[in-house]
Design a protein around this ligand. Structure first.
Ligand code: NAP
Length: 457
């Protein structure tokens, strides 16, 4: 090996270690920030090392790519936290597009003159990469609401999907047997692009995080396959880490919703387009001063944040109210549902940003047994994750999804702006229960006003 190759492999080794350490650190909120820094440093090391690759004869296209990538990436990174899921979906689409294009370029350069294993890896790279590109774009469009979020279904869809899947695998197999016939290769790529669209359109927007995590896993496996084709170790390691961590995350999210992966991916088929609950009674509005008195004299208050806290950017306001209550001797806890908000860990990130101590955060399984003895549960812009229909109504679209059982608390106060529904579009019977009082308004304004009102009690 030349000095440049030693340097290249050395940076790849450092990058791979940083990826593993980063991923390990991401598994706990206390170390997550460090994990991101380690992973970013790993990526910087891998990119820097690649600049010394002996196959690079000119830096012109690399500089052009850097300028174009930065021009797209920097504005994309500036989106608000609430738009992060669709931004992530777009990143997956770009990553997968890069992998597919490398695969196609390798085929154009080498034709069928590659070993069997390399051919298989290249085929997988292009197939998984291509379906991830279009699948991720559809996911981003659904999450950004430029496309209908509800499942899109039509007659004969299952047969079409099955036919396309068979055509994709069939042309892949035919190409492996006849590598010199490009039509098989390009038919496989075209089927994969189309299959990505058809795979995601029948899935409702509420299941999109699982789908995205799964597509992320495909993009990772596609990158690992690229690594095999190019003989690039860091791509193999990073792609495999990405592929399997994405897959594990998908499984964990399915568990959090009490759904199987098959149900998420194919549950839309044949399901009614709308299913709702019947609610009786009316919502009871409560006043700021009444809630302030309840909070000030409570023994235990549990805050349950949801997507509305993120849109209102109310995390600092809730921490200020929580601190004030603690100073008055109230026990304050924050209940975190695994799919509250719009991405895994959404609430943890926001509350950590507001310096809420990690020891005050309670996972759903930990907090539920404590709710019957809780004086006031304050729901801050959460809806689906506290919807008792998921537990009580087997016909509900979210039946079986575990919830934070705030309806079992002695009193519930819901902070939301109006009568808007949650992400699933379902009505929430919690809001109609006698135990619940509705405090209408933007969550940040309501919490700030509550802090002032508690100070006067
Ligand atoms: P949700 O069901 O989307 O409900 C959010 C509620 O917040 C709405 O009912 C809305 O009511 C209220 N709201 C919005 N802006 C507000 C503001 N400025 N101030 C006060 N309230 C505001 O949220 P969730 O309970 O967190 O449930 C999450 C949902 O997203 C689940 O269905 C989950 O499956 C899905 N999802 C999760 C992820 C993930 O990984 N975490 C990703 C994608 C989707 P008003 O309009 O009346 O104010």
């Amino acid at each position: 090996m030349t000095d440049a190759q030693y340097f290249l492999e050395g940076t790849y080794l450092i990058a791979s270690c940083l990826f593993v350490l980063g991923l390990k650190s991401l598994s706990h909120p206390d170390t997550a920030r460090r994990g991101m820094i380690l992973a970013a440093a790993g990526m910087a090391a891998a990119v820097f090392g690649t600049l010394f690759h002996p196959d690079i004869h000119s830096y012109l296209f690399i500089v052009i790519g850097l300028v174009v990538g930065s021009a797209i990436g920097i504005p994309m990174a500036m989106v608000p936290m609430t738009a992060m899921p669709q931004r992530t979906a777009l990143s997956h689409a770009f990553g997968a597009l890069a992998a597919s294009m490398v695969g196609i370029a390798e085929y154009v350069i080498h034709g069928g003159a590659m070993g069997g294993i390399k051919m298989g890896a290249l085929g997988l790279e292009v197939m998984l990469g291509s379906l991830t590109v279009t699948g991720s774009l559809i996911a981003a469009a659904k999450l950004q609401e430029v496309m209908r979020g509800t499942p899109i279904m039509f007659k004969g869809q299952q047969i079409l999907n099955m036919g396309l899947f068979i055509a994709m695998i069939g042309s892949f197999t035919a190409w492996l047997m006849h590598p010199g016939v490009p039509v098989y290769f390009y038919t496989m790529a075209a089927c994969a692009f189309l299959f990505g669209v058809l795979l995601v359109i029948p899935i409702g927007a509420a299941d999109m995080p699982v789908v995205m995590s799964l597509l992320n896993s495909y993009a990772g496996l596609s990158s690992a396959a690229t690594g095999f084709v190019l003989g690039n170790n860091v791509l193999i390691i990073a792609g495999t880490l990405d592929g399997f961590s994405g897959f594990i995350l998908s499984i964990l999210m399915c568990r959090a919703m009490n759904r199987s992966m098959t149900n998420v991916l194919f549950g839309g088929f044949g399901a009614p387009l709308t299913a709702d609950t019947t609610v009786s009674g009316s919502m009871r509005e409560v006043g700021l001063d009444d809630v302030a008195v309840q909070l000030a004299y409570a023994n235990q208050v549990v805050f349950v944040p949801g997507y509305g806290m993120a849109t209102a950017q109310a995390q600092h306001a809730v921490r200020e109210l929580g601190n004030l209550l603690e100073e008055r001797g109230v026990s304050v806890k924050y209940a975190i549902h695994p799919v509250a908000g719009r991405m895994p860990g959404h609430m943890n990130v926001l509350l950590a940003e507001a310096n809420v101590p990690y020891s005050s955060l309670y996972e759903m399984e930990q907090i539920n047994p404590e709710l019957p003895s809780t004086d006031v549960a304050v729901v801050i812009g959460a809806n689906d994750v506290v919807n008792p229909d998921a537990r009580d109504n087997p016909k509900s679209l979210i039946a079986g999804m575990p919830i934070i059982e705030v309806d079992k608390a002695k009193s519930v106060v819901v902070l939301k702006r109006g009568k808007g529904k949650g992400f699933s579009g379902l009505e929430n019977p919690l809001f109609f229960k006698p135990v619940t009082g509705m405090l209408y308004g933007d969550a940040k304004a309501s919490l700030t006003n509550l802090t002032q009102a508690v100070q006067k009690v």
